[in-house]
Write a protein that binds this ligand. Structure first.
Ligand code: G3P
Length: 244
């Protein structure tokens, strides 16, 4: 079972920050997951929600702040104000941190609600600059974005993120063929969608299954028994020792 740190060591530190990421460097895990969006001045920034409100002491859409403005914000989590490593990082900063490691990097393109111009193109350009094409998985809830990524660079692995709503709205059996047709190497479903049948269908199409967000031991055990390939967890410090 491959363990991905979901937004860094986010159960303990402000999510998607250099602090939360650097706390993962010594962990015995497979990879790291984070979310990318764009600032008003077209910079690639790492933050989950389309609005800053939940995680930072400000209000408004990420797309309406310049990078300088975004990086002046303090996190909502108490005790982490006025710290450089708890500001909103750029994709470049995060890739610089992980370049010397052997972590697999899962970059989620956040473009379902806000459509960022050239998000796929700019992210891929930077991955190429860092020569990290072989270590990155690009994922998105937006199938169009996956298709774009594959058109721009078919060598970088892609994965389609699936929530309950999407899964039940689409024909369950067809979703796997569709994803495969779009050249994805994996499917990233919410854990509640996974059962024996789901695993059989995905694996029959040679799709890896990396499931989000697994913080519960019983669910982890269940997914391990079902032979799920990986999980995203906010507790990447705990699950590797359970595996041992
Ligand atoms: O990429 C895995 C997981 O993070 C997807 O869900 O809502 O956290 O972006 P969400």
């Amino acid at each position: 079972m491959n363990i991905f740190a979901h937004r860094g060591l986010s159960a303990y530190y402000p999510e998607n920050t250099m602090l939360a990421f650097s706390k993962c460097l010594d962990l015995n895990i497979y990879g790291i997951e984070f979310d990318v969006q764009k600032s008003k001045d077209n910079q690639l920034v790492i933050i989950h929600d389309e609005k800053v409100d939940r995680t930072y002491k400000a209000s408004g859409y990420v797309k309406n702040f310049t990078l300088k403005e975004l990086q002046s914000l303090d996190p909502v989590m108490k005790g982490y104000e006025n710290r450089e490593d708890c500001k909103i990082p750029t994709l470049e900063e995060v890739l610089t941190l992980f370049k010397p490691t052997d972590f697999v990097i899962n970059i989620e393109l956040k473009n379902s609600k806000v459509k960022y111009k050239n998000l796929e193109k700019d992210v891929i350009k930077l991955i190429k600059k860092f020569k990290m094409e072989k270590r990155v998985i690009l994922s998105s809830f937006c199938l169009k974005s996956i298709i774009k990524c594959n058109k721009i660079n078919s060598k970088i692995e892609t994965s389609y993120l699936v929530d309950k709503l999407t899964y039940t709205l689409r024909l369950k059996t067809k979703i796997f063929s569709k994803i495969k047709r779009y050249n994805c190497s994996a499917i990233h479903p919410s854990f509640e969608l996974i059962n024996k049948d789901f695993v059989k269908k995905a694996h029959r199409k040679n799709l890896k299954i990396n499931s989000y967000t697994v913080d519960d031991l019983e669910i982890f055990q269940e997914l391990t028994n079902l032979k799920v390939d990986g999980i995203f967890t906010n507790y990447p410090n705990i699950f590797p020792s359970i595996l041992d």
